[in-house]
Write a protein that binds this ligand. Sequence first.
Ligand code: HEM
Length: 365
Amino acid sequence: MSASSPRYYWEYLGLDALLDAQRPATASDGRTPAHDELLFIITHQGFELWFKQILWELEAAIDLLGRDPVPETAMGEVVRYLERIVAIQPLLVQQFDVLATMTPLDFLEFRDELIPASGFQSVQWRLIENRLGLPTADRLKINGADYTSRLSREHAARLEASESEPTLLGALDAWLSRTPFLRFGDFDFWEAYRAAVEVMLERDRHLIETNPSVDEVVRDRQLRSFEATRETFAPLFDADAWEQLRADGHRRLSHGSFLAALLISLYRDQPALHLPFRVLTALIDLDEGFTAFRNAHAQLVHRSIGGRIGTGGTSGHAYLQAAARKHAVFTDLFDLATFHLPRRELPPLPDQVRRQMGFRYADPT
Ligand code: HEM
């Protein structure tokens, strides 16, 4: 086509290649294809197209959020890219409903022809997980083997290289660690917050101790779980203890970054924190969306193959359920709610800080 010829829909979208890319294995050697294999292929291809789009948005978000400093004008774009991924995720979950119209018996018409191919080999899915920031050390092993073990050498190398590329979690951590509102001059915010936490915890303890509707056994159990809650607060005020938890894989954000995220979520009504709060919310939505994808997939696998092992050689449904729990990335952001106080009990911010957090055209009185 010459440079001046008008664009043509079919060619612009590459439909020759796209619509020629469905090759049912059961149609080889001139056989009549199994009816449901086309749906199986198209569903997977639909997912891979959306994975490509998700990676595109993810890389753009990492690029902007990873800058130092992040240009103020870029924050809205970061939120927009993340929210687009969040809007795509329900489509993924819905596609499993379409595939579920293929019954186990229909699947058995062609399942054996797939071995050893499996979604387990989806390079784009692994890239998404890696670029989100899922640490390789935190991945489930399959019979002692790594997630790259069933891939071609080229694909394994591509994924191993991606393990050292910038991640969304890393960009978030670096950005949060530079939050300007963590220091308040002479005012020790975290001491004031700690005192407010003590008041809240003492009130909770009093409620348990004086609750007339529970017996001693239940009260003891409640007091033990209350003590466990109290202990989760301790590392907030002890950077070394926090970093030890992080080294042991129980936390992903650094201490300072977690405090910044907590401050943003507690004082999100302050104008300067609106957008940062939307970033945190979008990341929670995003993580939840991928967990929903993993859960929906695990359910589909359960109804499609029951308790059988997968074509990729894992335990199948059991492995996928465990991965849904273990492979979430932004769990620290979900845990922020553990440390929330009612607005009326929050330490008031010093006036000077409040003014800094306001819009410039606001009345500074
Ligand atoms: C009847 C339909 C499906 C069945 C029975 C099925 C089965 C499985 C099983 C058993 C696994 C674990 C690995 C293995 O042992 O093979 C797996 C992994 C995977 N599948 Fe599917 N799958 C189906 C549809 C899909 C679709 C439509 C997608 C979309 C791309 C997909 C993407 C994946 C991904 C990304 C993994 C890796 C998950 C992880 O390791 O965390 N699967 N699948």
